[in-house]
Design a protein around this ligand. Structure first.
Ligand code: ATP
Length: 219
């Protein structure tokens, strides 16, 4: 039997039952050290059998234009390469139209029948959850796992979905990390000591990629 046929049989027979599958989406423009720390915390604390890292396609909720999909995908692969159990999934980049998390969750659920999905998000995204397309279905299909962020913290998010969620909403244990992609882009754009200003904020291969492709430099 071919590998593809075996995979199909595996899916039909529900071999993924009981597995824990993590989903961590983001614009990853660029991916930074807090993203990697968050992925590692999720793998460890949730005992995931696999963690999908999903760069967003057309981010309907971000006001600015994102960097080209091929750059964000390449940097995401560099940032997460070598982490056991982690797979970068480009399905949102290949999708035409806006990237909705619920579409990705439903597709992954179909790929892994019987598995439990865990959606990993920072507190800022959690605070905006009620603005997401079909957000109640998101709560239905996945267990939400929140990492605190300096602003807002989970406690400040002002949203308690407990009564709406089919599952519990979990908090990941992760020290507060002030790093953001916005800050990194601004530092590079302002030419602060070249890439040295962000070397401690992004994984080294990502810093080299940014330099080689001259990303985030003004005009
Ligand atoms: P930007 O500054 O461009 O908005 P970002 O740093 O928030 O980007 P994203 O790619 O948008 O990075 O984030 C992907 C996910 O990682 C989101 O759920 C976000 O909340 C979370 N995240 C990003 N940075 C942190 C951080 N420092 N601590 C906790 N969660 C984070």
């Amino acid at each position: 039997m071919s590998a593809a046929a075996a995979a199909t049989v595996e899916q039909r027979t529900g071999e993924d039952r009981g597995k824990r599958i993590g989903v961590f989406g983001g614009s990853f423009d660029p991916p930074h050290r807090a993203h990697v720390a968050l992925a590692l915390a999720a793998l460890d604390q949730l005992q995931l059998s696999r963690l999908y890292i999903v760069p967003t396609g057309q981010a309907w909720h971000k006001a600015r234009d994102l960097s080209a999909p091929e750059h964000r995908l390449a940097m995401t692969r560099l940032a997460f390469s070598g982490l056991a159990g982690v797979e970068v999934d480009d399905r949102e980049l290949r999708r035409v139209g806006p990237s909705f998390t619920i579409d990705t969750l439903e597709a992954l659920q179909a790929d892994h029948p019987g598995a439990q999905l865990y959606l990993i998000i920072g507190a800022d995204q959690f605070a905006a959850l009620q603005s997401w397309h079909r957000w109640e279905d998101v709560l239905e299909i996945a267990i939400i796992c929140i990492a605190n962020r300096a602003h807002p913290t989970r406690a400040e998010a002002g949203f308690d979905p407990t009564s709406r969620a089919r599952h519990a909403v979990l908090t990941l244990q992760l020290p507060l990390m002030g790093v953001s992609a916005t800050d990194i882009r601004q530092k590079i754009g302002a030419g602060q000591a070249g890439l040295q200003a962000v070397a401690h904020l992004v994984p080294e291969p990502v810093a080299r990629y940014i330099e080689r492709h001259r990303l985030y430099l003004p005009g």
